[in-house]
Design a binder for this molecule. Sequence first.
Ligand SMILES: Cc1cc2nc3c(=O)[nH]c(=O)nc-3n(C[C@H](O)[C@H](O)[C@H](O)COP(=O)(O)OP(=O)(O)OC[C@H]3O[C@@H](n4cnc5c(N)ncnc54)[C@H](O)[C@@H]3O)c2cc1C
Length: 412
Amino acid sequence: MSEQTEHNQRGVVIVGAGMAGVQTAVALREQGFDGPLTLLGAEPHQPYDRPPLSKAVLLGKAEDSAFDVDFEELGIELRLGTEVTGLRAADRELDTEAGPVPYEVLVLATGAEPLTLPGTEGVPGVHLLRTLDDAARLRPVLAAAPRAVVVGAGWIGAEFATAAREAGCAVTVVEAADRVLAGALPAEVAAPMARWYEEAGAELITGAKVAGIEEGRVLLADGRALPAGAVVVGIGARPATGWLGGSGVERGPDGSVTADAYLRTSLPGVYAVGDCASFPSGRYGKRLLVHHWDNALQGPRTVAANILAEVGAGAGEAGEVYDPVPYFWSEQFGRFVQYAGHHGGADTLLWRGDPAGAAWSVCWLRAGALVAVLAVGRPRDVAQGRKLIEAAVPLDPSKVADPATPLKSATA
Ligand SMILES: Cc1cc2nc3c(=O)[nH]c(=O)nc-3n(C[C@H](O)[C@H](O)[C@H](O)COP(=O)(O)OP(=O)(O)OC[C@H]3O[C@@H](n4cnc5c(N)ncnc54)[C@H](O)[C@@H]3O)c2cc1C
């Protein structure tokens, strides 16, 4: 067999059958890749979408959230229940329990895994919320409406608290920081969101470290014991890249695969995308690790384009740089929260509307241009803001601060 033929037969292999992996496979086919394409996923389930897990799926309003993709029709070999345990770059091979899997081009899309509270693993009644199995385990628990304690007042904690209140649970949310969303938003922007907990009838305890969890109660470092029929730990997630140890793939201190602007890793022919990968943002002048759905949708299109350029179908075309305006949404306490951009490095913060009301936004500017927008119940601000961030045009702060002026009309 000639070297070229062997390479063609190896094809593209994607590790991780979540949003980023599936979208990479689909984008490759959409963009004209007709070689062998294999998608390896550790979970046994048909690939599915995660956002509904803390919303409709958790409350039993949707059975599951499987992607509507016909893998067979697209000629994508889907191998479920297949955990990849190692990468041997010299042989261009992956290790799995079922034997080695050779690749010509490899895409790392293994997502993230939730952080756990040391010592609480295996304690009855303690849950995480990352996978379909987690949601399936939690669903009957919620239906019985126990007293629930949520550890962590981040995005997932708020969404779970919302669902638990809707299911009729008494809910206490415990947060180690002095405020909600401490890692994501400045104090003044998070402050109105803290009030949503109270309005929804959920107790919020900030500045409280969890010392331990026993069956039926959560022990705080200050000596308090909170009764808990169910505990959900939502304290963040870390890139699922432990299996890459010794592979030569460079990773950062946060565990992310440190991809370059083309989403290539430090190894030839190996790309990384989605929750497992960070990338240098030219727009924001720093490396970003984005754990949101839209990044797992947009990144794969860039990866597919760059793979096609590498394997020849798009030969001659320059590589595509990945430099998105990050975007995410969250549904909590009856509100639709959206965020576009990245506010680190902003020099001006402007409110649009009254944060005590049902709909308001916050705009962050740097040197007169919009760099980020957060909107509660004002989707137009985000849609228009996203375009303004991309265009980086100077804005008139007085118009930005006037909620009656459409953002798109706020240019200087
Ligand atoms: C409950 C929940 C709610 C969310 N809600 C929102 C929301 O409202 N808005 C928003 O913007 N974002 C939301 N997100 C975030 C969003 O779902 C993620 O950013 C997105 O799923 C990332 O996709 P991914 O493919 O990179 O990673 P993942 O979805 O984590 O998929 C990675 C897959 O790779 C598999 N895998 C890992 N290691 C291996 C291995 N060694 N071998 C084989 N397979 C492996 C995993 O089992 C997993 O199935 C939510 C996330 C969760 C958990």
